[in-house]
Ligand binder design. Structure first.
Ligand SMILES: Cc1ncc(COP(=O)(O)O)c(CN[C@@](C)(CC(=O)O)C(=O)O)c1O
Length: 402
């Protein structure tokens, strides 16, 4: 008998297993609405033109080597990431009370933030996650010994935000609890709080002394405007909260496999920032020693060069507007084919995903009969839609809701 013969067989990951099933499917008209990865109108992954350009320059740069990065990553990448999320004129930056660590993409930022809080904030308080939230959030926090709880988020009646449930769950939370907040383009619902609702959320977090833990994986993807998508984070900073933000460059730079991300901490003063930074370095060293260089160098060059930055903004707008067009097209097709139900949420929701309201049995039929892949909770990645498959998808949805 092996020493590990009692290791339980874990189920495959929901989202990555969907991709594998889709790839294995030989049906000509198969459609992948699973993983939240951008595809162009031909259904192909899109290497951003600005990324291609910078990669060429990097490869041809004679001074480039493969030395270790510092433990906390490329300094100019970290500084640019802080400016991107907080705004170049942020008071927190001026007062030198921000610190950051380059991480293994957004997942790594969530993990390092969780690990730090479990060590230096508290292990006794729970972290509140939106219901529903990204499938990977719960395992990330449980892995570092944090108890996870839910706050109400999605209202199935209007496929919108259950703000009353949201606020009352936070009011009932133990003081100092951590609250995970999606900065923009909520995954999986595509439903974001309005600015007034963010103010009400901030009021409860302040009065209950809760800790805001922002996860920002889609900056620039939601509205197409980087500053607008960072509004909630900047509002909380303005209100004087200490908080952290997880940034991912997987989606907005198309660098999924390069694992480029950043964990940014906003503190009360520079003394606290120095202390936090020193412990982030210690934790990071013992886990990954130092982060991967390639993706960060691409992001670093783009964010620190005005022309490349402007080109990146254009590339971002191209992705976010194609997704918006697909929202309009899907809703139009559903209405044109008299699909029962109200489909306004398809265009009211924002960012990579739409929470359709389809139930697991209906999802099963879409997968098995129509070869359309989406998660059982009815989430569809809008980037999987194209002008050539949107009608087929709408007709298939029509079939399963009738
Ligand atoms: C809210 C949220 N945070 C963090 C991440 C982490 O992304 P990264 O580590 O690649 O930077 C994702 C990616 N979510 C995807 C796009 C992929 C996945 O599940 O990992 C999704 O399909 O939900 C996300 O949706």
């Amino acid at each position: 008998n092996s020493l590990f013969h009692e290791v339980p067989l874990a189920p495959p990951d929901v989202i990555f297993n969907l991709t594998a099933k889709y790839k294995a499917d030989t049906f000509a008209q198969k459609v992948n609405l699973g993983v939240g990865a951008y595809r162009d109108d031909a259904g192909k992954p899109w290497v951003l033109p600005v990324v291609k350009k910078v990669e060429q320059a990097l490869v041809n740069d004679p001074s480039r080597d493969h030395e270790y990065l510092p433990i906390l990553g490329l300094a100019t990448f970290r500084e640019a990431s802080i400016r991107l999320i907080l705004g170049a004129d942020s008071p927190a930056i001026k007062e030198n009370r921000v610190t950051a660590a380059q991480t293994i993409s957004g997942t790594g930022a969530n993990h390092l933030g969780a690990l730090f809080l479990s060590r230096f904030y508290s292990k006794e308080v729970p972290i509140y996650l939106s219901n529903p939230t990204w499938a990977n959030h719960k395992p990330i926090f449980n892995n570092v010994g944090l108890e996870t709880r839910n706050y109400a988020y999605f209202n199935p009646k209007d496929n919108g935000l259950d703000i009353d449930g949201f606020l009352s769950d936070l009011k009932a939370a133990p003081e100092r609890s951590i609250v995970l907040l999606h900065a923009c383009a909520h995954n999986p619902t595509g439903v974001d709080p309005t600015q007034d609702q963010w103010k009400a959320i901030a009021d409860v977090i302040e009065s209950k002394k809760l800790f805001p833990f922002f996860d920002c994986a889609y900056q620039g993807f939601a509205s197409g405007d980087l500053d607008r998508d960072a509004w909630a984070v900047r509002y909380f900073v303005e209100r004087g909260f200490e908080l952290l933000i997880c940034q991912s460059y997987a989606k907005n730079f198309g660098l999924y496999g390069q694992r480029a991300g950043c964990l940014t901490f906003v503190l009360k003063n520079s003394d606290a920032a120095a202390r936090v930074s020193s412990q982030l370095a210690k934790l990071q060293r013992s886990e990954i020693s130092n982060p991967p260089a390639h993706g960060a160098r691409i992001v670093d060059r783009v964010l620190n060069n005005p022309e490349l930055y402007a080109e990146w903004v254009e590339n971002l707008r191209e992705m976010s507007s194609r997704i918006k067009n697909m929202r309009d097209a899907l809703r139009d097709c559903l209405i044109k084919s008299n699909t029962p139900g109200n489909w306004d949420h398809i265009t009211n929701q924002i960012g990579m995903f739409s929470f359709t309201g389809l139930k697991a049995p209906q999802v099963a039929v879409l997968k098995e009969k129509f070869h359309i892949y989406l998660t059982d909770n009815g989430r569809i990645s809008m980037a999987g839609l194209s002008t050539s498959n949107v009608e087929y998808v709408a007709n298939s949805i029509n079939h399963v809701v009738n």
